[in-house]
Design a protein around this ligand. Structure first.
Ligand SMILES: NC(=O)c1ccc[n+]([C@@H]2O[C@H](COP(=O)([O-])OP(=O)(O)OC[C@H]3O[C@@H](n4cnc5c(N)ncnc54)[C@H](O)[C@@H]3O)[C@@H](O)[C@H]2O)c1
Length: 362
């Protein structure tokens, strides 16, 4: 049974905190996708700022973000479920885990590829206190990170006016929404997808979004890349399928969100920025393949946090590729933001009696 009780904590003392305050168990809440969307819609600028602050906290070491765990299935090789456990300090101060599935065949059945939940755990007691629908949170933090990177990585070059979307599913749509809401406008918007239906659907979305840029659907990858000075990769490719460095001779900014599209030769001919070095150099990403090919990491310029802090500059005479592995700390920060806003609105749905055995000896 659920109720809309505001988030009063259940006054059951389980231990004493360092400050001498008794620890209490918060009621467990469930936050639906509709509630998540209601909180996040129209708040793109705040979310980009939150993601920037979270990268800075992570860069300063005020987080724990172990490697993601990939659950794969011998009988369903194209599918996977990934666990992203994390802990973040600073003003957010929460632990938790995102559990996100990728089942690409869903798309043929008319439902999104990815589905997810996010569990938030109390910093003091470890008790889970919320389960949030998280496909929207995940897409939102990914798009906010991409919009932040597009801005910071293009600051020393002329601001891109021609964007190209390589792979046009849900993530591409969120990235376009975040770019537009962060003040980007484009003279030209290129679209390329292996699926004509996806390209047509994305074109339709763009037209409805009120964009003034000219929209071109490209049948071939080369035309899209050569015609774009900001390229967004959001495919589901498992192995590199773009391998000619000359396609990038105009030195575009590349948001390599899908991580496995570019052959190592292109990585090696570019300035490479990642979100986290240890995370990104694993699981067969293009930077990981480049490391395996060369035996070193010299091709990495730094992290986005290095760029934000001014420790690293981005030369203009080469393409710049941002490869974000996707950090659990970002999901936690956005998830906690959503939780706090739902609490503030008085619409938190609490599951009464979710934690039941709370007295040690009954
Ligand atoms: N780095 C991160 O933090 C992060 C976060 C979320 C999602 N992602 C990645 O973003 C990608 C896109 O996610 P989505 O939910 O939009 O997927 P989706 O299935 O909705 O869309 C992917 C699209 O890419 C197209 N495509 C596949 N291979 C292609 C190719 N070789 N060339 C051109 N088009 C191709 C498909 O036809 C499809 O339209 C996934 O790889 C996902 O893992 C990354």
């Amino acid at each position: 049974m659920t109720s809309n009780r505001p988030t009063t904590t259940v006054p059951i003392a389980v231990s004493a905190s360092a400050a001498g305050e008794p620890h209490t168990v918060r009621p467990f809440a469930v936050i639906s996708g509709a509630q998540v969307q209601q909180v996040l819609e129209g708040r793109e600028k705040q979310i980009v700022e939150l993601v920037e602050a979270t990268y800075r906290l992570h860069g300063a070491g005020d987080s724990v973000n172990p490697p993601s765990y990939f659950l794969r299935f011998p009988d369903r090789p194209s599918s996977r479920i990934i666990a992203l456990p994390a802990s973040i300090g600073g003003p957010v101060r929460v632990d938790g885990v995102k559990w996100i599935s990728s089942f690409p065949e869903n798309v043929q059945a008319g439902i999104p590829r990815a589905s997810a939940v996010l569990i938030l755990n109390d910093h003091d007691t470890g008790y889970p206190f919320a389960c949030l629908e998280s496909s929207i949170i995940s897409a939102t933090r990914t798009a906010a990170s991409a919009a932040l990177a597009a801005d910071r990585l293009s600051r020393d070059r002329s601001r891109p006016t021609r964007v190209g979307f390589f792979g046009t599913g849900l993530i591409a749509r969120y990235i376009h929404t975040f770019l537009a809401a962060s003040g980007w406008s484009f003279d030209e918007i290129g679209v390329h997808d292996l699926s004509a239906d996806s390209a047509a659907g994305f074109r339709c979305y763009l037209e409805q979004s009120g964009t003034t840029g000219r929209i071109t659907v490209h049948d071939n990858a080369e035309g899209l890349i050569r015609g774009s000075d900001l390229v967004v990769f959001a495919t589901i490719a498992g192995e590199p399928h773009v391998s000619d460095p000359t396609w990038f001779s105009h030195h575009p900014v590349v948001l390599h969100v899908s991580l496995r599209d570019l052959a190592p030769e292109i990585i090696l001919a570019s300035t490479n920025i990642v979100d986290d070095v240890e995370h990104c150099l694993q699981a067969g990403t293009s930077p990981h393949l480049a490391e395996q090919l060369t035996g070193n990491r010299h091709f990495l310029r730094g992290t986005l946090d290095d760029v934000l802090a001014g420790r690293v500059t981005v030369p203009t005479g080469r393409p710049v590729v941002f490869s974000p592995f996707g950090l659990g700390v970002l999901d936690l920060a956005v998830g906690k933001y959503v939780y706090d806003e739902v609490v503030r609105s008085g619409e938190l749905h609490v599951i009464d009696g979710f934690f039941h055995e709370l007295r040690r000896y009954g």
